[in-house]
Design a protein around this ligand. Structure first.
Ligand SMILES: [Zn+2]
Length: 461
C-alpha cells in the first residue's frame, strides 16, 4: 500500500490547508519516526499515533451525534470504528487494509456474526484492535423493544463474543454501540449499571446506504474536516467500505490527521489523565455564558418513526364551520361575518407546553411601520367613498407588475390619469376617479422603481 501516493502529490495545497497543525506535526515527528519503525515494510504507513486509555464508567455515554461528551481527542485525531462484523468476505479485507497502514481500530461485533465466524473475532483481537459488542441480533428499532428484550440482546451479544474469544473474553472491552444508535433511557441506565460505555459517534460516512465508495470516502473526509477530529462510524461488512478505506487512510495521512487507538482502563492499565473539558468536542470559551442557556437535548436522527402523528383535531382547517362554507355558498346562504380564523384550537395533549415567544416576535420593522403610517394618512385624506377604500392598492400593484416585466403595461397608463384602454375591466376605469388620481401621485415613485428594477434584472441575467 505504501507509495500509492507520490510524495509531493497534493502536499502544497494541504500544507496551506492544515497550516495550523504545523507545530503539532513538528512536535509529532519523533513519534512519527517511531510509527514508521513500528510498521515493518511500510515506511510510509499512516500508523497509530497513540493509545488512549479510557475509564468507561467515568464516561458512560460518548459521541457527539447523540451525547454531550466524546473521546478526549486533540485536533486532527481520529478514532476508526467498524460495526456489524465479523463477516469474513469483507472484514478480512478491512483487517488487511488496516494492517498495511498499521492502524488500530475498534470493532463493534454482532453476537450472531461471532457465533457464525468465531475465528473472525479472534482475528480482530490478534491484530491488536479493540473488541467491542453490538448486541446479539442487531434488532432494528432497539429503542422500541421491551427493555427486558433489549437488555437480553446486549447480554447475549457479549456472551457470544466472549465465547468466540475463547479465553473467558479477557480481550473484550466494555465498549458497546446500540444498533442504529437507537437509544432510550432504559438502555442507557442498564449499560451504565453494567459498567458499559455506549459509543455513539461523531460522524458517519453513510456506508450502509446504497452510495458509491467514492461518496463514502468524500463524506468521511468532509465531515472530519468539519469537526476537526472525532469518532468515525464505518461498517466492515460493506464492500463499499472496503473500497473506500484505502483512500480514506491515504487522505488522512496526507491531511496530517492522526489515528488514535482506544482501549479500556484495567487494574494494570490506568486511564490516560484527562480534564473534563477535554471530553467536549467544542469546549466552551470564557466568552460564552453556557451556564445561562438550557442544555440542548439529545436527539436521535437515525430513527424518526417515533415522532408523534399529528391529530386531525389539531388543525384549524378541520373546523366544521370553515369546511361548511362552500356548501353554504352553493345554497345561497350568506357566509358568517365572522372571519374563520384565527380560532383557538385545542393543541396536543394535556400537559404539553409551547415556548414563550420572544419579545422580538412582536416588533415591527422600522420601514414597515413607516409604510403603514403612509397608507393610513392617505386613507384619511382620501374621500370617504367606497371606491377610495377599495382601489388604493391597484395602481401600486400595476406598477409592481410593470416592475416585474421591466416595461410599461397598458393598465399602467391609467396611473397618469389617462383613461384605461377600452376593454379593460371596469375597475380600472373607476381608478381614474378621485381615488385614482390620489393613487397616481403615489405610483410615480413606483414607476421609477420599476425602471430601476428592470435594470437590476438585466444586470443579474
Ligand atoms: Zn450496526
Amino acid at each position: 500500500m505504501s507509495g500509492n501516493v507520490g510524495p509531493g502529490v497534493g502536499l502544497g495545497v494541504r500544507t496551506q490547508r492544515w497550516a495550523g497543525w504545523l507545530a503539532l506535526l513538528i512536535a509529532g515527528m519523533a513519534s512519527g519516526s517511531a510509527l514508521a519503525a513500528n510498521c515493518p515494510g511500510h515506511p510510509d504507513a499512516l500508523g497509530t499515533s497513540r493509545t488512549l486509555v479510557v475509564d468507561a464508567k467515568a464516561h458512560p455515554l460518548i459521541g457527539t451525534m447523540q451525547y454531550r461528551e466524546t473521546l478526549p481527542l486533540e485536533d486532527g485525531e481520529v478514532v476508526l470504528t467498524f460495526d456489524d462484523g465479523p463477516l469474513p468476505k469483507y472484514s478480512n479485507q478491512i483487517l488487511e487494509i488496516l494492517a498495511a497502514q498499521c492502524v488500530k481500530a475498534t470493532f463493534f461485533l454482532v453476537g450472531q456474526q461471532a457465533r457464525a465466524n468465531p475465528e473472525g473475532v479472534r482475528k480482530v483481537r490478534d491484530a491488536g484492535h479493540t473488541v467491542a459488542t453490538h448486541t446479539q441480533n442487531h434488532p432494528s428499532g432497539m429503542h422500541k423493544l421491551p427493555l427486558e428484550r433489549a437488555t437480553k440482546d446486549i447480554e447475549d451479544g457479549i456472551a457470544s463474543v466472549k465465547a468466540a474469544l475463547g479465553d473467558g473474553g479477557a480481550a473484550l472491552s466494555p465498549f458497546f454501540r446500540i444498533p442504529g444508535l437507537a437509544r432510550n433511557d432504559g438502555i442507557e441506565e442498564f449499560t451504565r449499571a453494567q459498567g458499559l460505555q455506549i459509543w455513539s459517534a461523531d460522524f458517519p460516512a453513510d456506508d450502509w446506504r446504497p452510495v458509491s465508495s467514492r461518496r463514502v470516502h468524500d463524506l468521511a473526509m468532509q465531515r472530519l474536516k468539519g469537526k476537526g477530529k472525532g469518532i468515525l462510524l464505518l461498517h466492515d461488512i460493506q464492500p463499499r467500505t472496503v473500497a473506500a478505506l484505502p483512500g480514506i487512510l491515504r487522505d488522512l495521512k496526507a491531511g496530517g490527521y492522526r489515528i488514535v487507538h482506544v482501549v479500556p482502563a484495567t487494574a494494570d492499565l490506568p486511564a490516560t489523565p484527562t480534564e473534563p473539558i477535554q471530553w467536549l468536542l467544542n469546549p466552551p470559551s470564557e466568552h460564552v455564558p453556557v451556564a445561562r442557556w438550557p442544555r440542548i437535548p439529545n436527539f436521535v436522527f437515525a430513527e424518526t418513526r417515533s415522532l408523534p402523528v399529528p391529530q386531525l383535531t389539531d388543525t384549524w382547517w378541520n373546523d366544521g364551520a370553515v369546511l361548511d362554507h362552500p356548501k353554504r355558498a352553493q345554497r345561497g346562504v350568506p357566509l358568517p361575518r365572522e372571519a374563520p380564523w384565527p380560532r383557538l384550537v385545542q393543541v396536543a395533549s394535556a400537559g404539553a407546553t409551547l415556548p414563550v415567544p420572544a419579545a422580538g416576535v412582536f416588533e415591527v420593522e422600522e420601514g414597515l411601520r413607516v409604510a403603514m403610517r403612509g397608507v393610513a394618512s392617505s386613507a384619511r385624506r382620501a374621500e370617504p367613498t367606497r371606491a377610495a377604500q377599495a382601489e388604493p392598492k391597484r395602481p401600486a400593484r400595476l406598477a409592481h407588475i410593470a416592475a416585474r416585466h421591466g416595461k410599461r403595461i397598458a393598465g399602467a397608463s391609467a396611473i397618469h390619469g389617462k383613461p384605461a384602454v377600452s376593454g379593460k375591466p371596469a375597475h380600472h376605469a373607476r381608478a381614474a376617479g378621485p381615488a385614482g388620481r390620489k393613487a397616481s401621485k403615489r405610483a410615480i415613485p413606483d414607476k421609477k422603481n420599476a425602471k430601476g428594477n428592470g435594470r437590476n434584472r438585466e444586470a443579474r441575467a
